[in-house]
Write a protein that binds this ligand. Structure first.
Ligand SMILES: Cc1cc2nc3c(=O)[nH]c(=O)nc-3n(C[C@H](O)[C@H](O)[C@H](O)COP(=O)(O)OP(=O)(O)OC[C@H]3O[C@@H](n4cnc5c(N)ncnc54)[C@H](O)[C@@H]3O)c2cc1C
Length: 462
C-alpha cells in the first residue's frame, strides 16, 4: 500500500520530515490543496503570495516530473479533499508536517478523525521548527514566557544533542509514477481560482532561497550591527522563503552555527525567536484574539479611521513611518527595524488598536506568519509575553536619525522629501517641503496620552 504526503507551508523536496518518512515507508504521492477558506479571505486577486506559492509548486513539479511523477493539486476544503483522495488512492498513511496555527490545528484534527474512520493513519511530523513546545521547558517543566531564558535553554538542548542537525533526505525515486492533466503547469490554476499572476521581487522556490542563503553567508559576520539599517541590505531577506518552507529550519540552523562570529550568534538568535513565537502560539492560542497578558485588553485605544488610514497609506507626516508604509504597500516587505517603528507609532502615537495594524500586516506582508506577526505586534504594543514595557515609546524622529542617518531610505520612498539634506529630512520644515503632508498628530502630546491610557494597568496592579 502506498502513502500520501500532504504539503502545505513546506514547499520543497529536500530535508522534509514528512516526505522523507512517507518515501521511506512506501511509494508516495504528493498533494497540495488550495484551501478555499483561506483563498476566500484574500480580497486582493493580485495577491503576490499566491504567485509565490504557484512558483514554488512549479519548481517542485519540474523536479518530480523528472522522476516520472507529478503533484496532485486540489481546490476545496482539505477536510473533505484529503480523506477523499486518500481513499481513492487506497493509501495506508497520510503524512504531513505539523502546523501550530489554531485554524490549521483544528483542520488537521478533523482530517485525522475522518482518516481514522476510513482506517487510514494520519502521521504528523515536526518540521517547521527546530524545537517544539515540550522540548524546551523550564527546569520545573513549565513553559517559558520570556525569551532570553528560553533561548539559553534552546541552546543547551541543542548542545545536549551534540549539535546534531537532522537531515530528512528524500529519495524521490520512490514517488508514484503517474501523469497529471491538472498539474500546476498543465492546467490554468490562476483561472480556476480566480486570481491573477502577480510576481514580486522575491520569486518563489528553493533555488532562489538557497542562493539567498549562500549570498547572505559572507554577510552574516556583520549582521549584529548591519541588521539595523533599512537602507542597506544587512539581513538575509529569507523570511518569505522560510514562511513557505522553500528552505528548512535545519538549513537555517546549519548556516547559523557554521560560523562563530557575533553576527552568526545574533542571526541564530532570530531563528530561535521564530521557534519561541511558534511555541507561544501553540501553547497560548488566545493571543490571536487579544493580548497575551489578558489585563491589557482593558486598554481602550481612542484612535479612529482617519489616523489608521493616514498610517496605512503612508501619509502621517512622519517621514520614516511613511517611507516604511509605502515600501510595504508596494513591495509586500518591510525591514524589521521599521516594523517595530511603525507598529509602535500606530498604537502608541496614533493611539490606534494594535490589532488593526496586525490585521493590515497580515494582508500585506509577503512573509506573513501568524506567530511572528502576532508576536511582533504584541511586543510593540507591550501586551505580549516578554514585550517591551509600555512606557517605552519609540520616538519616530530619533529612530529615523539613528537608523537612516543619511535619509537614504526616506528619500527612496518619499519623493516629496528627496531634495532635503540628511539633517532636514527626518523632521521636515513645512516651508521647505510644501508638497509633503503635515504631521497628523503631535508626537510629544500623544506620548503623554499614551502613558495615561496604559496607566489604568498600573492602578490595577496597586
Ligand atoms: C510588528 C512586527 C511584525 C512582524 N511580522 C512578521 C511576519 O509576519 N512574518 C515574519 O516572518 N516575521 C515577522 N516579523 C519579524 C521580522 O521583522 C521579520 O522576520 C524580518 O524582518 C524578516 O527579514 P529577514 O528575512 O531579512 O530576517 P533576518 O534578520 O535575516 O532573520 C532571519 C529569520 O529569522 C526570523 N526572524 C527574524 N526576526 C524575527 C522575529 N522578531 N520574530 C520571529 N522571527 C524572526 C525570520 O524567519 C527571518 O527570516 C515581524 C516583526 C514585527 C516587529
Amino acid at each position: 500500500m502506498s502513502t500520501l504526503c500532504w504539503v502545505r507551508r513546506d514547499l520543497r523536496l529536500h530535508d522534509h520530515a514528512a516526505l522523507s518518512k512517507a518515501l521511506t515507508e512506501s511509494e508516495t504521492t504528493i498533494v497540495f490543496v488550495f484551501d478555499h477558506l483561506i483563498l476566500g479571505k484574500l480580497k486582493d486577486k493580485h495577491d503576490k503570495r499566491l504567485t509565490f506559492i504557484m512558483d514554488s509548486l512549479k519548481e517542485m513539479e519540474a523536479t518530480v516530473t523528472a522522476h516520472g511523477s507529478s503533484i496532485v493539486i486540489l481546490h476545496g476544503d482539505p477536510v473533505e479533499e484529503i480523506p477523499r483522495l486518500a481513499s481513492e488512492l487506497g493509501v495506508k498513511t497520510v503524512h504531513c508536517n505539523r502546523d501550530y496555527e489554531p485554524y490549521a490545528k483544528d483542520r488537521d484534527t478533523k482530517v485525522g478523525k475522518r482518516l481514522l474512520a476510513q482506517g487510514i493513519a494520519f502521521d504528523q511530523s515536526k518540521d517547521s521548527v527546530f524545537f517544539e513546545k515540550h522540548e524546551v521547558l523550564t527546569n520545573q517543566g513549565g513553559v517559558y514566557k520570556v525569551f532570553t531564558p528560553y533561548k539559553n535553554k534552546w541552546i543547551e538542548a541543542f548542545e545536549a544533542t551534540g549539535k546534531m542537525i537532522p537531515d530528512f533526505s528524500c529519495d524521490l525515486g520512490h514517488l508514484r509514477k503517474f501523469k497529471n492533466s491538472k498539474s500546476i503547469t498543465a492546467f490554468d490554476w490562476y483561472g480556476a481560482l480566480g486570481f491573477v499572476h502577480a510576481p514580486s521581487a522575491l520569486a518563489g522556490g528553493t533555488a532562489h532561497a538557497m542562493k539567498r542563503l549562500a549570498d547572505f553567508d559572507p554577510k552574516m559576520i556583520d549582521y549584529a550591527e548591519a541588521r539595523n539599517f533599512p537602507a542597506t541590505p544587512g539581513t538575509s531577506l529569507l523570511s518569505v522563503y522560510i514562511r513557505h518552507g522553500n528552505v528548512s529550519v535545519r538549513d537555517l540552523v546549519r548556516a547559523g552555527t557554521k560560523h562563530r562570529s557575533e553576527g552568526a550568534k545574533t542571526w541564530l538568535s532570530e531563528i530561535i525567536w521564530r521557534d519561541f513565537y511558534q511555541m507561544i502560539l501553540d501553547m497560548y492560542p488566545h493571543v490571536t484574539k487579544g493580548s497575551f497578558k489578558r489585563e491589557y485588553d482593558r486598554v481602550v485605544f481612542p484612535g479612529g479611521a482617519p489616523e489608521f488610514t493616514s498610517w496605512a497609506e503612508g501619509q502621517t507626516g512622519y517621514p520614516i513611518v511613511d517611507a516604511a508604509m509605502r515600501c510595504l504597500n508596494q513591495t509586500g516587505m518591510m525591514h524589521n527595524r521599521l516594523r517595530m517603528v511603525v507598529a509602535s507609532f500606530l498604537c502608541k502615537t496614533l493611539l490606534v488598536d494594535w490589532k488593526k495594524g496586525e490585521h493590515y500586516f497580515a494582508e500585506k506582508l509577503l512573509d506573513f506568519d501568524l506567530a511572528a506577526n502576532n508576536g511582533g505586534w504584541q511586543w510593540s504594543a507591550s501586551t505580549g509575553c516578554d514585550a517591551q514595557p509600555y512606557f517605552r515609546i519609540f520616538n519616530p524622529y530619533s529612530q529615523s536619525e539613528k537608523f537612516d542617518p543619511k535619509g537614504e531610505f526616506i528619500r527612496q520612498w518619499v519623493p516629496e522629501l528627496a531634495h532635503l539634506n540628511a539633517r532636514e529630512i527626518h523632521k521636515p520644515d513645512p516651508l521647505m517641503a510644501p508638497g509633503y503632508v503635515r504631521p497628523v498628530v503631535i508626537y510629544e502630546l500623544n506620548r503623554k496620552r499614551c502613558l495615561e491610557l496604559y496607566s489604568i494597568l498600573k492602578v490595577a496592579e496597586e
